[in-house]
Design a protein around this ligand. Structure first.
Ligand code: NAP
Length: 251
């Protein structure tokens, strides 16, 4: 393994929603960089086990933990389990997310609330749960997966874009709070990435809006997360939003 490939050697990373899609790619990428990865999932034990098996087959270390990241008690128990088993927690990737799309006028309150609870409150709960040990260690990387729709809005996604915009505010506020203790907090804003979340979408208008002319891959998002987790590569970055969107949003 090269020095850069092993840049997270000895570290422990918790990736939420890592049983498939972007989270699974992030788990594989961080494990390839040398981290022991905790693969969180909600309802796909088979998917999580397959990610763990893939990491182990490649010579890496991983284990899975079931928890609903919108549930305070389950989040606290998950972080406690990681700290008890590994004795440290260096990287948190808040990736778990859902969509419940619909036009605002007809949006049911539970569809609003469930997206806010998981995509925004879940990030808060996980960040708060890891903050004590990271601040005490005076080191840590927190990487939140937001979305480009937080930057420009999207018809049919009032709940999702509000939650993802909230994640950007949460990223910046927690970055400002944690900076003096050596803990960085950044966000990655993917554009349209090929995963279960986007498989039902009408691709034609989406592709027309992407200068690079294609959807992104989960590995391309994972590469940005690996960069933000790595030392010293991203040590001097905090409170930033890194877009991985094929040029969709240029500001
Ligand atoms: P996905 O394929 O639908 O996977 C979602 C993941 O979240 C699964 O591992 C799922 O676990 C997990 N999850 C769902 N509810 C959970 C809960 N209550 N607690 C813990 N985990 C839970 O989605 P994706 O496309 O990989 O998206 C990953 C992240 O990227 C999300 O935050 C999403 O908003 C964001 N994003 C995606 C795109 C895109 O184009 N795909 C673009 C921008 C941002 P189970 O399998 O166990 O249910």
């Amino acid at each position: 393994m090269t020095a850069s490939a092993a840049s997270l050697e000895g570290q422990v990373a918790l990736v939420t929603g890592a049983s498939r899609g972007i989270g699974a790619a992030i788990a594989l990428e961080l494990a390839a960089a040398g981290a022991t990865v905790v693969v969180n999932y909600a309802s796909s034990p088979g998917g999580a086990a397959a990610v763990v098996a893939q990491i182990e087959a490649a010579g890496g270390k991983a284990w899975s933990h079931q928890a609903n990241v919108a549930d305070e008690e389950q989040v606290e128990a998950m972080v406690k389990a990681v700290l008890e088993r590994e004795g440290r927690l260096d990287v948190l990737v808040n990736n778990a997310g859902i969509t419940r799309d619909g036009l605002l006028m007809r949006m049911k309150t539970p569809d609003w609330q469930s997206v806010i609870d998981l995509n925004l409150t879940g990030v808060f709960l996980c960040t708060r749960a890891v903050s004590r040990s990271m601040l005490k260690a005076r080191a840590g990387r927190i990487i939140n997966i937001t979305s480009v729709v937080a930057l420009f809005g999207n018809p049919g996604q009032a709940n999702y874009s509000a939650a993802k915009a909230g994640v950007i505010g949460l990223t910046r506020s927690s970055a400002a709070e944690f900076a003096s203790r050596g803990v960085t907090v950044n966000a990655v804003a993917p554009g349209f990435i090929d995963s279960d979340m986007t498989k039902e979408l009408d691709k034609e208008p989406i592709l027309a809006a992407i200068p690079l002319g294609r959807m992104g891959t989960t590995a391309e998002v994972a590469g940005a997360v690996r960069f933000l987790a790595a030392d010293p590569a991203a040590a001097y970055m905090t409170g930033q939003v890194l877009q991985v969107d094929g040029g969709m949003v240029m500001r």
